[in-house]
Design a protein around this ligand. Sequence first.
Ligand SMILES: Nc1ncnc2c1ncn2[C@@H]1O[C@H](COP(=O)(O)OP(=O)(O)OP(=O)(O)O)[C@@H](O)[C@H]1O
Ligand SMILES: O=P(O)(O)OC[C@H]1O[C@H](OP(=O)(O)OP(=O)(O)O)[C@H](O)[C@@H]1O
Length: 207
Amino acid sequence: MNELTIAMPKGRIFEEAYQMLIEAGFNLPEEVEMSRKLMIEIPEEKIRFILAKPMDVPVYVEHGVADIGIAGKDVLLEQQRVVHELLDLKISTCYIASAGLPNTTMNELAPRIATKYPNIAMKYYKGIGEQVEIIELNGSIELAPMIGLADRIVDIVSTGRTLKENGLVEYEYITEVSSRLIANPVSYRMKGDRIIDLVKRLKKCVD
Ligand SMILES: Nc1ncnc2c1ncn2[C@@H]1O[C@H](COP(=O)(O)OP(=O)(O)OP(=O)(O)O)[C@@H](O)[C@H]1O
Ligand SMILES: O=P(O)(O)OC[C@H]1O[C@H](OP(=O)(O)OP(=O)(O)O)[C@H](O)[C@@H]1O
């Protein structure tokens, strides 16, 4: 049996993704989320996990140092990496939307959009015929309209609580997001049996 290296996202997807693997019948230790280890070997299952930043998971998979990985659709749309998308795990569901201060229009001459998704935002505004300047931020995006850095933000919305608590309203729904199982194309050919088995087992756990 080939060894499988799986890139797992640290952070909010981790717990749900890890539980799904346990539900799919993999014999995994319970205490992993408490550890600071970034590489975990499970010899009984011939699985090795690498724990990466969510945005980096497709990088490891594209380079083939991880055979498969779990990544948000937001990250996949933003990065356009050469990986196969095998399964929608339907976890960490949310959506991407534009938002801003209530009852405002965008600056007509030079509208500014703050986001950590510059490619998704650019494509969206190009698609609706708006020429915008993108201001790339790494987090706390909701600050941007409040302090006059941007007319709109393009960001993840889940419960809507962050927008509400910062006095912002949603303007346009852009796209749906959930976590996906992805594979390196060469690994998919070379370790097809293992990967297909994993997909089949996970499919049964998807609601
Ligand atoms: N509020 C949310 N609700 C549900 N899913 C979310 C939410 N925010 C982000 N996600 C999804 O979870 C993924 C990981 O988000 P997370 O906040 O853990 O990472 P991050 O902000 O990219 O990383 P970090 O904070 O470590 O830099 C995102 O790529 C997205 O698919
Ligand atoms: O609609 P809600 O349920 O409030 O969730 C949306 C918030 O969650 C994410 O932020 P995150 O917690 O990852 O923080 P950061 O992007 O500011 O680092 C996203 O960027 C929004 O700010």
